[in-house]
Design a protein around this ligand. Structure first.
Ligand SMILES: NC(=O)c1ccc[n+]([C@@H]2O[C@H](COP(=O)([O-])OP(=O)(O)OC[C@H]3O[C@@H](n4cnc5c(N)ncnc54)[C@H](OP(=O)(O)O)[C@@H]3O)[C@@H](O)[C@H]2O)c1
Length: 261
């Protein structure tokens, strides 16, 4: 059996992996939530790796609150950079292949075309900068790794745009949504299958990859799609937001060119 440690197991991606795990009978999973395993706790992490005899670690643990990261820079970097370094060092020490998830927000959004893995990152918010630092740490450590950048994750789990739009149909009549940012919504289940497929197929295409569901749209376009998919077009009137302001700056274009799909 291939032994797989999954960190951050109660997040959207972690739960999506839990949901499909039984479809991969050759893989044995060890799910750790943030209480079982805090990736910033060096001693706890070292013990879990030494005792676990894992073949892979899928790092789903992350500080993902883009807005709050602006005022909690230290915390964002502690998890997304130092925590990731901690995981990567232990993977190397214990001969474990690391599969780490990163983000489209490592880019500044000024490019007109989709971003490829060869484009230079230039984050414009704290979350993006912390995730980029995590990527850099992994590359500095001479272990086997996959870094999978993805974007606009949604699922039945946790908080995400898809669920927010559905909730708004119950409380609001009109909703303003920005059409000034473009990206690729990605169902966490598809990412989960992609990640487990890498392991199941014993892929050796190590390094950096982009994975999304492949269709680019704005948040406004995505909201329209969500309403249509659920037959709720008449429950909520969507308007394009003129002055959509957020605390964190966000890339105008964060469409990722995928190498897989
Ligand atoms: N969501 C998106 O739109 C999006 C887009 C691009 C990339 N990504 C990346 O995709 C990955 C998965 O995202 P997601 O949406 O599944 O995130 P999520 O739902 O926010 O889950 C992240 C999980 O990490 C846990 N965590 C936080 N700090 C931790 C720590 N110090 N030690 C261990 N666990 C910790 C959280 O636990 P607690 O809740 O207990 O804190 C949470 O369960 C992340 O790397 C994220 O950066 C996400």
């Amino acid at each position: 059996m291939t032994r797989i440690l999954v960190t951050g197991a109660n997040g959207q991606l972690g739960q999506s992996i839990q949901r499909i795990a039984s479809n991969y009978p050759a893989l044995e999973f060890f799910f750790k939530n943030s209480k079982d395993m805090d990736i910033t706790d060096t001693q706890n992490v070292a013990e879990i790796f030494e005792n676990g005899h894992y073949h892979y670690c899928i790092n789903c643990a992350a500080y993902t609150n883009v807005e709050q990261a602006e005022s909690e820079q230290k915390k964002a970097f502690a998890v997304n950079a130092e925590g990731v370094r901690n995981i990567a060092e232990n993977c190397f020490k214990n001969d474990v292949t690391l599969i780490h998830i990163s983000t489209d927000y490592v880019f500044d959004g000024e490019k007109k075309e989709p971003y490829t893995i060869n484009d230079k990152p230039n984050p414009i918010n704290v979350y993006g900068a912390s995730k980029l630092k995590g990527e850099q740490y992994i590359r500095e450590i001479p272990g086997r790794y996959f870094i999978i950048r993805t974007s606009w994750l949604y699922s039945e789990f946790g908080n995400n745009f898809y669920k927010t739009i559905l909730k708004k149909t119950k409380t609001d009549k009109v909703l303003r949504v920005t059409d000034k940012q473009k990206g690729c919504p990605t169902h966490a289940k598809n990412l989960a299958n992609f990640v487990l497929g890498l392991i199941d197929s014993r892929s050796t295409h190590y390094g950096l990859h982009h994975f999304t569901d492949g269709e680019a749209m704005t948040w406004y376009g995505f909201a329209k799609r969500i309403l249509a998919e659920n037959g709720l077009e008449n429950s909520l009137r969507l308007k394009k937001a003129k002055n959509y302001r957020t605390f964190a700056r966000r890339p105008k274009n964060s469409v990722l060119a995928t190498s897989y799909n």
